[in-house]
Design a protein around this ligand. Structure first.
Ligand SMILES: N[C@@H](CCC(=O)N[C@@H](CS)C(=O)NCC(=O)O)C(=O)O
Length: 107
């Protein structure tokens, strides 16, 4: 991955408490997994930012290397990679996601 791309990713995940790399936009997700994650974060009610990886193939491929995770969505909270759709759903069902988000926002 180019140093420029790495810096861009680091800047996105460190300058936003919650950052979602998704297919499409929160308003128009282009994949069911991304749509599900957006729905969960909308319900949590904290602000988040996102990037549409379908619009940037370098970002799409670079993120797989950055996170060592082969698919999207990819969710970052407080600069840390949390996981994809399955992990987010599991954390949310256990009530742990809201706690992680609260702690990140309170910092
Ligand atoms: N089990 C995955 C489902 C996500 C998934 O399978 N995503 C695929 C299809 S949308 C993907 O991103 N493939 C790699 C790519 O499109 O670059 C999760 O928990 O997030």
């Amino acid at each position: 991955m180019s140093p420029i791309l790495q810096t861009k990713i680091e800047s996105q995940i460190q300058n936003n408490k919650i950052f979602l790399y998704i297919k499409g936009t929160p308003q128009q997700p282009q994949c069911g997994f991304s749509a599900a994650v957006v729905q969960v974060f909308n319900a949590l009610g904290q602000p988040y930012e996102s990037a549409n990886i379908l619009e940037d193939n370098d970002l799409r491929q670079g993120l797989k290397e950055f996170s060592s995770w082969p698919t999207f969505p990819q969710v970052y909270i407080d600069g840390e990679f949390i996981g994809g759709c399955d992990i987010v759903m599991e954390l949310n069902n256990r009530g742990e996601l809201a706690q992680i988000v609260q702690e990140a926002v309170a910092k």
